[in-house]
Design a protein around this ligand. Structure first.
Ligand code: HDE
Length: 729
């Protein structure tokens, strides 16, 4: 019997009528109903006074359906509106009992379910995944002691030091309020106006101008808790802790030109990548890392641990990897899960506690508040995706959309009528108790002196990058500030950059066609009270960077695998069977995916007459959606492709974006017909060769060709090409 959702044949054949009948029978228990469960006969016409008459107000079905539709949208998140999520689990490697009593960090055999949402920050819900932006990395652990949320980003620091500036930051970066432009972009006057007056943002600016802000995949991003938190063990000993997520596929990014083009070709690029990886069984994995700092060492750093614009270099305090997270299940319903999930940095479990970071402290208020408006009331914890797996007992009652049917007459505490329940657990029963940090200070608005060193870690980040990464940052700043229309803002930014790195500032200035103005940043900061002494707000000059931090550079990420990478195989009728098959098998064995891209859709005929299914036509895809390109041999195939401007462009563009390219036999001549011959004159069919990530060889070398190509893909990108003359693409 046909099952609902099966394809029904076209036309009026008997087969079609049979199928339709079978379809209806199978759907018996799925008959269309109203929300009250009333089965409906007709969902096609509204109820009218006569065939041509007006619609009747009595039509309860029409009214119910349209009213529900009218209310289908909820307010999108004010920040992090654009996101994608997945289910999975977390498992600790060994008990962390000596450092924390958190239940989910004790038992290596216990799998704690998680739901993880990745997001951009500035764009609307429908904006492109590839905006230059920080990415949210929010993890909800459904632990037996209650839900624990680690609501982090893919960048370990933040723009501002105090939550009170967050509305200003977000107003500045969001589309400008008069014309609602630009969408999901920081390259506009209001953002840089604000930033140029906020020296504390400089470290974060270095990160968002780096390629970290345009990840290749959510699966290839680090995550950070950003703030300093506390671990507390059973004996009450507290240490400071910084959280890290380390992706097992390494940390990789795209380039800016590519990001812009992906936004047009596939604005869902990251969403699709995450979804498809999980559907294919390539489950994304991260290790959870911690940097632990003794309470006694709180003040031994040059910066304040409470300042979220600073990180602790891994070289200073190593990251200990304590467990693994695996994402292995896509949501069933985007709205019910990904949209309605409500994270909160204040969702804690015993054994984890806050620090006094003033950014974190403000967040603790904001997340409850935002869910009230976004999810429409105080009961969002009852939505299935937000429900704790631990039992919930309290005296909270009623409110919008209450699901729980509380029984009995008692909703207060203390009571005797309810047997004293729910009673206060107390420490002995694992109840949460805040770490009793000693505190006696005057009430003031202010921060500690160490907060005013805004440039040293910005310089540390810039100087720890590899030369190509630094060059990308220069270009990013030229792009962003180049879009700023007011000269004074561009000049203020150059003054700031000059205090981080003189060479950086002068290179950006050259691109902008202006000079770096003299002076130091600081008094420019208008963000101090009118009657305050500006000197008290003066940033301290950058200290010389004594020790670089290689961990900050993506150049040092592991590059030993091509698992889950997507390789375009450019082919047309007459493609050589042997070179096509050899490469496809080699890629598959290495965990990558070879996808046939051809001048048209459907299938093609190989040189031996075999039918080869085509994955994408040149019209429906683009090189920016792949990690590498291979051109198999076959004279007829290569001749057809040579006549396709899109095929030549495909290769040039992959070359420009420094991706691995390989060609076998006649395929090599396609590389030459594309513009590569101008920059790699040695390109010609012949024995195996590999130069700047372009691998060529003949049929006799097909094993070697595949091996070299796989090695070239594993390098992710071949930046040495950026030093060569550019190919047109
Ligand atoms: Fe958030 N942030 N944030 N944030 N944030 C929100 O909460 C806020 C900050 C982060 O996938 C909002 O439910 C304030 C830092 C992520 O659902 C809101 C401040 C970090 C997500 C909010 C910050 C984050 C949010 C909007 C300054 C990295 C998406 C919707 C004090 C550590 C979570 C929502 C998801 C979302 C407020 C700064 C991470 C308005 C006031 C720093 C990953 O409550």
């Amino acid at each position: 019997m046909a099952k609902p959702n099966q394809d029904i044949p076209q036309g009026d054949s008997d087969e079609k009528l049979d199928q339709l009948k079978a379809f209806q029978e199978a759907a018996g228990d799925q008959a269309l109903t109203t929300n009250q469960g009333l089965p409906l006969n007709d969902d096609t016409d509204s109820l009218k006074a006569g065939r041509r008459g007006p619609t009747l107000l009595e039509d309860f079905h029409l009214r119910e359906k349209i009213t529900h539709f009218d209310h289908e949208r909820i307010a999108e998140r004010i920040v992090h509106a654009r996101g994608s999520a997945a289910h999975g689990f977390f498992q600790v490697y060994e008990s962390m009992a000596s450092d924390t009593k958190a239940g989910f960090l004790q038992d290596p055999t216990r799998k704690t379910p998680v739901f993880v949402r990745f997001s951009t920050v500035a764009g609307s819900r429908g904006s492109s995944d590839l905006a230059r932006d920080a990415r949210g990395f929010a993890v909800k652990f459904y632990t037996e002691e209650g839900n624990y949320d680690l609501v982090g980003n893919n960048i370990p620091v933040f723009f501002i030091q105090d939550a009170i500036k967050f509305p200003d930051l977000i107003h500045a970066v969001k589309p400008e309020p008069n014309n609602e432009m630009p969408q999901a972009a920081s390259a506009h006057d209001t953002f840089w106006d604000f930033i140029s007056l906020m020296p504390e943002s400089m470290h974060m600016i270095m990160w968002v101008m780096s390629d970290r802000a345009i990840p290749r995949s959510y699966r290839m991003m680090e995550g950070f808790g950003v703030h300093t938190f506390r671990f507390v063990n059973e004996a009450g000993r507290s240490q400071f802790v910084k959280f890290h997520w380390k992706p097992l596929l390494g940390v990789h990014s795209v380039v800016w030109d590519e990001a812009k083009k992906i936004s047009g070709n596939d604005p869902d690029f990251h969403r699709r990548d995450l979804w498809e990886a999980i559907e294919n069984g390539d489950f994304p994995e991260w290790e959870l890392g911690v940097q632990l700092i003794d309470e006694a060492d709180e003040h031994k750093f040059d910066f304040d641990l409470l300042d979220a614009t600073k990180l602790i270099p891994e070289e200073l305090v190593p990251v200990r990897r304590i467990g693994k997270m695996v994402l292995n299940r896509n949501p069933e319903n985007f709205f019910a899960e990904t949209e309605q999930v409500a994270f909160h940095p204040g969702h804690l479990v015993p054994g984890i506690d806050f620090s006094n970071d003033p950014l974190l402290q403000g967040r603790l208020f904001s997340y409850t508040d935002t869910q009230l408006i976004r999810l429409g009331g105080p009961n969002s914890h009852e939505i299935p995706i937000n429900r704790a797996v631990a039992p919930v007992h309290n005296n909270q009652r009623d409110g919008h959309m209450r699901q729980t049917i509380n029984t009995g007459s008692v909703s207060y505490q203390p009571n005797t009528i309810g047997g004293g329940c729910p009673f206060q657990a107390g420490k002995a029963m694992g109840g949460f108790a805040s770490h009793p940090e000693a505190m006696e200070s005057p009430k003031i608005r202010g921060k500690s002196d160490k907060f005013f060193d805004h440039f040293t870690q910005a310089a540390l980040f810039f100087q720890s990058q590899s030369p190509p990464e630094q060059q990308h940052m220069v270009q990013a700043l030229r792009f962003e500030l180049g879009k700023v229309t007011r000269l004074a803002i561009r000049e203020r930014m150059l003054v700031m950059l000059n205090q981080i790195d003189k060479d950086l500032a002068s290179q950006v200035a050259t691109g902008l066609g202006i000079n770096v103005p003299a002076g130091v940043a600081g008094p420019l900061n208008l963000g101090f009270p009118a009657d305050a002494d500006p000197a008290a707000y003066q940033p301290t000059p950058a200290k010389p960077v004594k020790t670089l931090s290689p961990a900050l550079s993506m150049a040092n990420t592991p590059k030993d695998s091509i698992r889950t990478r997507k390789v375009a195989i450019l082919a047309a009728d007459g493609v050589d069977d042997a070179s096509l098959q050899a490469m496809q098998q080699a890629l598959k064995a290495a965990g990558a995916m070879g996808k046939i891209v051809a001048p048209h859709g459907g299938s093609l005929k190989s040189a031996n007459g075999a039918t080869v299914p085509i994955d994408h036509s040149l019209l429906t895809t683009s090189s920016v959606l792949f990690d590498a390109v291979f051109v198999p041999g076959g004279a007829a195939s290569v001749a057809t492709l040579g006549n396709e401007a899109d095929a030549r462009h495909f290769i040039n563009e992959a070359f420009k974006h420094c991706k691995a390219i390989a060609a076998a036999d006649e395929g090599v001549s396609l590389l030459a017909q594309a513009a590569l011959k101008d920059v790699l004159p040695a390109i010609a069919a012949g024995p195996l060769k590999s130069e700047h990530g372009v691998v060529t060889g003949g049929r006799a070398d097909s094993d070697g060709l595949a091996r070299e190509f796989i090695e070239a893909i594993a390098q992710h990108r071949h930046w040495s090409r950026e030093l060569k003359p550019q190919v047109p693409a």
